[in-house]
Design a protein around this ligand. Structure first.
Ligand code: CA
Length: 225
């Protein structure tokens, strides 16, 4: 899952990135209002962490622009002020959660995970497709009660497909989700084919039906009825 962190306090930003990367999130960062707004216009994220007081503007305006453009990213406001007015304004503008500084990184991570579950998986912690069971908390995939050993990339790929179930996802979107905003550095999609091939092979070997369909010239789809 891919996260954008908009935060101008460099030390705090660094500690959030380090912690969340260890939790297997891909972190993109912005340290100003303009940078944050432009990244949100250009990329899609699974969750955005938004500081309110930025040197060149108010984070709440970024949230307002996001919702005005009907973007549905999960947004957690991170504010230095434990101000009721800011909290109410943020939630009324469509923020999904609010965290006052200082906070524990473990709490931040738990809240991110909860927002993503609500947004992407209707609040479920376990996804069941007949014999295929995905445990979002344990980060495991089981087929017929046996755990399928996946690499981090393969698990992320599977989650991305499932979070977009029955929708065709372009190779470009998959590349972006697997590699953060460095997607444009890849001039071909060989690395996606490799991960996809391995994922499909491992699922098939475990006896999982072929849910992941290639859509010629377009991309892939996790197809379930
Ligand atoms: Ca700030």
């Amino acid at each position: 899952m891919k996260i954008l962190i908009v935060e101008d306090e460099k030390e705090l930003l660094r500690s959030m990135v380090t912690y969340l990367q260890r939790e297997n999130y891909y972190c993109d960062t912005a340290t100003s209002f303009l940078d944050g707004r432009s990244k949100m216009e250009s990329f899609e994220y699974d969750c955005v962490l938004l500081d309110i007081s930025l040197p060149d503007g108010n984070g709440l305006q970024i949230l307002k622009d996001l919702r005005d453009n009907h973007k549905v990213e999960g947004v957690i406001i991170i504010s230095a002020k434990d101000s009721l007015d800011d909290k109410v304004a943020g939630l009324n503008l469509g923020a999904d959660d609010y965290l006052s500084k200082p906070f524990h990184l473990s709490e931040l991570s738990a809240r991110i995970s909860a927002v993503i579950r609500r947004k992407k998986f209707a609040g479920n912690t376990v996804l069941v497709f007949d014999d295929l069971v995905i445990d979002l908390l344990a980060k495991t995939i089981n087929v017929k009660n046996e755990t399928v050993e996946l690499t981090r990339k393969e698990y992320e790929l599977m989650l991305y497909l499932v979070s977009n179930k029955n929708r065709v996802i372009s190779k470009n979107a998959i590349a972006e989700s697997l590699s953060g905003d460095a997607a444009h550095l890849y001039d071909n999609f060989d690395f996606i084919y490799a991960h996809m091939k391995n994922l499909k092979r491992k699922l098939a070997a475990a006896g999982c039906p072929d849910y992941i369909k290639s859509v010629y010239g377009m991309g892939y789809k996790f197809a379930v009825s």
